[in-house]
Write a protein that binds this ligand. Structure first.
Ligand code: SAM
Length: 418
């Protein structure tokens, strides 16, 4: 039965169960059997012929983990790039953005708030938001959010765009009106999004759940939806793979933004990209990023290095690991982690990177172990907390994830966010 469900979920939404662990599937299946009061055999028969039950299983397994202004550097880049586009082509042509997967709406609403803050009016924007989970889309439509959606240090946006209602916050209509939600499956060949390309596509924290072949298939679709000069934003654990596929990365630390391959191959007469892009990893090796780049993206907390600042060799070693990871040279980055441990001993920053690398390889148990080591050394390491919480949530340990998220909150001291 488990194998059958595993296969079905792979076919339906591309889920590679290795990415979240079999226990997550066991939990989802248990949930469905209990809800329907059915045994495995009867459930198998139902599942076979019922699209509604297939959707229910999808709802039980998907990971809706998200929050407002997740990876803030991406939003800073979005605002800059959108302004440049408007200057180039005028305000009549709206800036088009796709958020897929949008989950419960925090990402597309963040996009809308970011661009409203950047001086755009609603008519100058078109934000399309897509997710395979109808439950998540329902939540997005109500636009009512609890504390978990607000994990950032700067909550100014909440003051500007939400009203408090009991323990929740409700988003204002001005932002809600900018975002068009619709159900859709990235891997469904019949799912279409219209002809005109998007200037920005956010596909963050979805490819991580696919196997390599499915990632390639998904990436090809995403690129087709991008305008020639468009940008693709992915999650940190996905960036290495995207680089490996030859998409040029924007030289903006922690934005995880990429240009289209076609744009990289454009003739010399094509317009010069507004941002410098790193050469594709497959062709060019390590990117020319500065040694030990400032880690502003996740949180002010990152300004506090986990490795003693006084040890420049250790910092250089970490920067090397980051460069290798960013270039998609995962095996070399992992080897560099082991060498770093031998040379400089344990540090939260090292274990965080080690965890992230394992995460990208979908070695979930190893990733978890390294994130935990990072947190042992630095209990409020923001990225380790966020990534470990996401891992726990993915395998159904919601209370474990919530405990970690508590630590990310402003009242918890140091925290992640913009
Ligand atoms: C971890 S959330 C990511 C949300 C947001 N992009 C972020 O990074 O915060 C993953 C979302 O992917 C959705 N999803 C899973 N498979 C999908 C598919 N094949 N097509 C579209 N959405 C999918 C899930 O329903 C879930 O809401």
């Amino acid at each position: 039965m488990l194998e059958h469900c595993e296969q079905l979920l792979k076919t339906l939404i591309g889920l590679d169960i290795e990415a979240i662990g079999r226990s997550a599937l066991e939990r989802a299946l248990r949930e469905r059997l209990e809800a329907l009061q059915l045994g495995q055999a009867a459930y198998g028969a139902l599942l076979e012929g019922s699209a509604a039950e297939q959707q229910a299983l999808v709802e039980a397994i998907v990971v809706p983990e998200t929050w407002f202004f997740r990876y803030p550097e991406a939003f800073a880049l979005l605002a800059e790039r959108a302004r440049a586009l408007r200057a180039q082509r005028g305000a009549l042509q709206p800036v088009r953005i796709l958020s897929l997967p949008c989950s419960t709406g925090e990402e597309p609403y963040s996009i809308a708030m970011c661009l409203l803050d950047a001086g755009f009016s609603a008519v100058e924007l078109r934000v399309d938001a897509v997710d395979v989970s109808l439950r998540a889309l329902d939540a997005a439509a109500t636009a009512r959010y609890g504390a978990n959606a607000f994990r950032s240090a700067d909550l100014g946006f909440r003051e500007r765009y939400f009203r408090a209602d009991g323990s929740s916050h409700v988003l204002c209509d001005a932002v809600r009106g900018v975002v068009n939600f619709r159900p859709g499956n990235l891997l469904d060949a019949s799912f279409a999004l219209g002809a005109a390309g998007y200037d920005f596509v956010f596909c963050r924290n979805l490819l991580i759940y696919f196997d390599r072949a499915t990632q390639m298939q998904a990436l090809a679709r995403l690129e087709r939806w991008l305008a020639p000069e468009g940008l693709l934003f992915v999650g940190p654990a996905e960036a290495g793979m995207i680089r490996q596929q030859g998409l040029p990365a924007l030289e903006r630390a922690q934005s995880f933004a990429f240009a289209r391959r076609a744009a990289a191959m454009a003739p010399a007469s094509a317009p010069v990209p507004a941002w410098p892009v790193a050469r594709p990893a497959v062709a060019a090796g390590p990117t020319p990023r500065a040694v030990a780049p400032p880690r502003r993206a996740f949180a002010p907390a990152m300004a506090t290095p986990s490795v003693p600042a006084a040890d420049p060799a250790a910092q250089t070693g970490l920067a090397q690991i980051e460069r290798l990871a960013d270039s998609g040279r995962t095996a070399e980055a992992l080897a560099a982690c082991a060498r770093h441990l031998q040379s400089f001993g344990p540090s939260a920053a090292l274990f965080y990177w080690w965890g992230l690398l394992c995460d990208g390889e979908r070695r979930v148990a190893d990733a978890e172990g390294y994130y935990r080591k990072a947190l042992y050394l630095e209990p409020r390491h923001p990225e380790a907390l966020a990534h470990l919480a996401a891992l726990l949530a993915a395998r159904g340990d919601q209370s474990g994830a919530r405990r970690l998220q508590q630590r990310l909150k402003p009242e918890g001291g140091r925290h992640a966010g913009p």
